[in-house]
Design a protein around this ligand. Structure first.
Ligand SMILES: NC(=O)C1=CN([C@@H]2O[C@H](COP(=O)(O)OP(=O)(O)OC[C@H]3O[C@@H](n4cnc5c(N)ncnc54)[C@H](O)[C@@H]3O)[C@@H](O)[C@H]2O)[C@@H](O)CC1
Ligand SMILES: Nc1ncnc2c1ncn2[C@@H]1O[C@H](COP(=O)(O)OP(=O)(O)O)[C@@H](O)[C@H]1O
Ligand SMILES: [K+]
Length: 455
């Protein structure tokens, strides 16, 4: 997994390093030159323009210029603080204007359609949050050093950075602030099913869906089945028991359903509660009883999160007393309900603080999803794309995580693996017209591919 380190932390690592700064800059610049040659597809006859600033980012760019000249590339270097009226023509622009030391107020020049290779970050992109400045270029590639920064992953980062390359320049990273989840990690986390398995071994209990919202229960249920649950029992309070649903078991316990759910919960390995459950008072009360008394790992999603936010104490503090893992899956609005404030641009900090106050695993949804658990290094999942912003995809995710918990994967990894396969599933779907159920259909192929990959 790629390590993610905040810019402040990277500065501290840099300060503590025994490698002299000149040597770090020499290594960084050489890596930028190599990336430029790859981007150009050669050296002969190629022209590169380096926009170099006054700090170390500019120094990296000037070293790259020297290395490129040594390889026969025609290079022009322009000073970011003294730009000529007309920029020299080039096949590639290297953005070495500013990196993590940028303080705003400087405009990156218009380079038309010429591709841009960014050094560390495209100038003006906040390396801590990924928020772009008004003139931050859209790079085709960004070469960064030692570890990815949150800004490469969140907000405008992915669109502005293009392909991200992380180069080892010999700075030892003491601890990562987060890890970017990849296929090799998830493959490693997935357990094999033993030959003597039986249908109760990975059984998932789901409480989801109400009249008018039965789709949520159906999506969570089928997703859990496709993600390896051996048996799923679903309750959709108030829904006709005879309504068809592709579950092995369907129960309709009425509105004070928590007693029915808790009665035989010991037979199940996880509980998913909340998708499409509604926000009635009796629902809130039942969810809270389950949170207090359910002694299996639990995913609380959607309206389950609403119930947590509206308990008598007015806070999710009830979670702290749970002795088994809990996964909360808020989007920004639900995070706002739980904490009184929507997450700000520092999404790692937002997820971590809610995890710390609740003791739960928090999966903060978004284009890049953060998973935080007290005592664990946060995980970031950037698989998937904007097609996931479709009604019902969250119900699918909740079902997948329920199944992975039932498969005995620890909550922190189960949540991140769930988000990762959810992202892979949408990548296999048609480019337009995706509905949440399509993700469910892709799951067997996603797991098959994951397990087949050599990593
Ligand atoms: N440990 C690391 O991560 C390493 C980082 N390196 C590079 O060092 C960079 C950080 O270097 P610096 O801290 O020197 O920061 P920058 O190179 O981003 O620039 C800071 C300088 O620019 C000036 N400045 C900032 N905004 C300005 C504006 N709007 N107008 C005019 N001047 C402005 C500041 O006064 C300061 O002199 C990284 O982005 C990376 O490229 C590499 O050299 C090697 C090691
Ligand atoms: N712009 C986006 N790019 C990538 N993924 C997204 C984007 N917007 C939302 N998602 C993902 O889509 C899912 C939406 O979940 P949620 O909001 O709970 O939907 P619903 O409640 O309709 O099921 C989450 O997994 C989230 O991370
Ligand atoms: K830059």
């Amino acid at each position: 997994m790629i390590q993610v380190v905040t810019p402040q932390h990277m500065q501290a690592i840099d300060d503590a390093s025994e490698v002299p700064l000149d040597e770090l800059i020499a290594r960084a610049g050489a890596a930028v030159a190599r990336a430029a040659i790859r981007q150009l597809g050669g050296t002969y006859g190629r022209r590169v323009l380096v926009v170099a600033g006054p700090g170390n980012n500019g120094a990296d760019g000037r070293v790259a210029a020297t290395r490129l000249r040594e390889r026969g590339v025609r290079v022009a270097v322009v000073d970011a603080l003294d730009l000529p009226e007309r920029l020299p023509r080039a096949d590639l622009v290297i953005d070495a204007a500013f990196g993590t030391g940028f303080r705003g107020g400087w405009q990156f020049p218009d380079v038309g359609a010429t591709p841009v290779l960014a050094v560390d970050v495209p100038t003006g992109l906040d390396a801590a949050t990924g928020v772009a400045g008004p003139s931050t270029p859209h790079a085709v590639r960004t070469v960064t050093f030692q570890a990815a920064k949150p800004g490469h992953v969140f907000a405008d980062g992915p669109a502005r950075c293009g392909d991200l390359e992380v180069v080892d320049i010999g700075l030892g990273v003491d601890r990562a602030d987060a890890l970017l989840v990849d296929a090799a990690a998830v493959r490693h986390w997935l357990p094999h099913r033993p030959t003597d398995a039986h249908k109760w071994r990975e059984a998932v209990r789901i409480v989801a869906g109400t009249p008018g919202m039965t789709g949520a229960g159906h999506l969570a249920t089928t997703a859990a089945q496709r993600a390896g649950a051996s048996l799923v029992a679903v309750s959709s309070p108030g829904v006709d028991a005879d309504a068809p649903v592709e579950a092995l078991d369907r129960r309709v316990p009425g509105f004070d359903w928590y007693t029915a759910v808790l009665d035989d919960l010991h037979r199940f390995r996880s509980l998913v509660i909340g998708p499409g459950l509604g926000r009635e008072e009796h629902t809130v009360a039942s969810v809270l009883r389950c949170v207090e008394d359910a002694v299996v790992p639990m995913v609380i999603d959607g309206d389950g999160l609403f119930a947590l936010a509206w308990n008598e104490a007015g806070s999710p503090a009830v979670l702290v007393d749970r002795e088994v893992p809990t996964v909360l899956t808020p989007h920004d609005g639900e995070y706002g309900l739980l904490t009184g404030r929507r997450p700000d641009d520092d999404r790692l900090a937002a997820a971590t603080s809610l995890a710390d106050t609740t003791g739960a695993t928090v999966l903060l949804k978004g284009p890049a999803t953060v998973v935080a658990t007290p005592g664990e290094v946060p995980l970031i999942v950037d698989a998937g794309d904007e097609r996931l912003a479709t009604a019902g995809t969250g119900d699918v995710l909740a079902g997948i995580i329920g199944a992975l918990l039932a498969r005995q994967i620890p909550a922190h990894r189960a949540a991140a693996a769930g988000a990762f396969v959810h992202g892979l599933a949408v990548q296999r779907c048609a480019s337009v017209g995706v509905i949440a159920g399509d993700l469910v259909e892709q799951l067997p192929a996603v797991f098959t591919d994951l397990l087949a990959t050599d990593a």
